[in-house]
Design a protein around this ligand. Structure first.
Ligand SMILES: *Cc1c(COP(=O)(O)O)cnc(C)c1O
Length: 357
């Protein structure tokens, strides 16, 4: 199989090798040193500011989204959620569930956020903004310069889900004054699912200390305290954390820009190759991580099925209303230009066979 989905994605040989090894006991100085290095390298790769901290939760990306809503927001807040698809909707659902007062900016699927969308919410007393910088469900990438400007002007606490954007697009906590940065292990970090990472600004750490919440497993206060000695309150996904360690070391060596460059190069190569197909780009502002494509006269879901069953290629189907209209091709994980060629050849074959019309 070649995997062009958006996660879990293909892993490099070193990461896969670690996955085949025994899991060490973790209440040791050695594992603490690994975790301290993970925190340091993660913060560096996210361009975090002074006194920022990182927390590694055992759970999928959504665990960190929920922990963020519970521990950095309260009923005193007035939150603004950018809802451009299923991940934006998830933030809205979390605010609803945890009684955080919020409003949402609902965007048409495939459409990016405009300054005029934000203008209506200017100087209206909002205290927090939640955004999935890359709304993976539709492939839309939002403009963080614009969002940052709005947040700074309104003194708004900025929560950015960069789960599918970290290591695929520029992500810079300091430059955009991001208070909480949410990252998952199975996207461009390209290790198995199971770990969510939170990058926390000094302001976010202070807020977590201040807000009273009832929660045991996702208690960020406890996680931060344990993290001071390189430990976690409960047994973490030790193996995945060792794989993350290998990846962060690799990125530390080659540089985060170069890592992003690889993804960008794959995305551009693919987008050039499919110019003449009966497909159109669904998103008006694309992340390097994903190309969302709209079909014209055939079912997107059927294309996904045929590629999987007859060509051993996974692309990413869409759910809900877009299921028959849109499929996505990921550019994250251990993929090559050769893989792009194979996918495009398969798509050409589908044109010939009159499935892709
Ligand atoms: C993948 C993803 C998530 C998290 O999904 P999980 O299944 O909980 O790991 C959240 N937000 C975005 C933007 C994503 O791409």
């Amino acid at each position: 199989m070649i995997n062009f989905t958006v996660g879990p994605v293909q892993m490099n040989e070193e990461v896969r090798k670690i996955g085949g090894e025994e899991i060490p006991y973790f209440r040791t100085d050695e594992f603490s040193a690994v975790m301290k290095a993970n925190e340091r390298m993660f913060l560096k790769s996210a361009y975090a500011g002074k006194n920022a901290r990182a927390v590694f939760l055992t759970g999928s990306g959504t665990s960190a989204m929920e922990a963020t809503v519970m521990h950095t927001l309260s009923t005193e807040d007035k939150a603004l959620v950018i809802n451009g698809g299923s991940f934006g909707h998830r933030f809205a659902e979390l605010c609803e569930l945890h009684n955080i007062p919020y409003d949402e900016i609902k965007l048409q699927p495939g459409k990016s956020l405009q300054e005029s969308d934000l203008a209506k919410y200017d100087r209206k007393g909002y205290s927090a903004l939640l955004v999935n910088v890359h709304e993976t469900s539709t492939g839309v990438h939002y403009d963080l310069d614009m969002i940052h400007e709005f947040c700074e002007k309104n003194e708004i606490f900025l929560i950015v889900d960069a789960i599918s954007s970290f290591l695929a697009d520029e992500v810079n906590m300091e430059k955009w004054k991001i208070d909480v940065l949410i990252v998952g292990s199975q996207k461009a970090l390209a290790v198995p699912p199971g770990i969510a990472i939170l990058g926390l600004s000094e302001r976010a750490v202070d807020k977590i200390e201040f807000i009273e919440t009832k929660c045991m497993y996702l208690d960020l206060k406890n996680a931060l305290k344990n993290g001071e000695r390189g430990q976690t309150p409960f047994t973490p996904a030790v193996g995945t954390l060792l794989q993350i360690h290998a990846r962060l070391k690799e990125i530390d060596t080659i540089g985060v820009e170069k890592e992003i460059g690889k993804v960008k190069n794959l995305a551009e190569d693919f987008r050039n190759r499919i110019q003449d197909f009966p497909l159109s780009f669904f998103s008006d502002s694309m992340s390097n991580a994903v190309t969302a494509l709209e079909t014209q006269q055939c079912s997107a879901k059927k294309i996904f099925q045929i590629l999987k069953d007859e060509y051993q290629i996974w692309i990413c189907p869409n759910g809900g209303e877009l299921a028959d209209k849109v499929f996505r091709v990921g550019h994250i994980g251990c993929l090559t230009i050769e893989d792009n060629k194979r996918l495009v050849e398969a798509l050409q074959d589908l044109v010939k066979r009159e499935f892709l019309i």
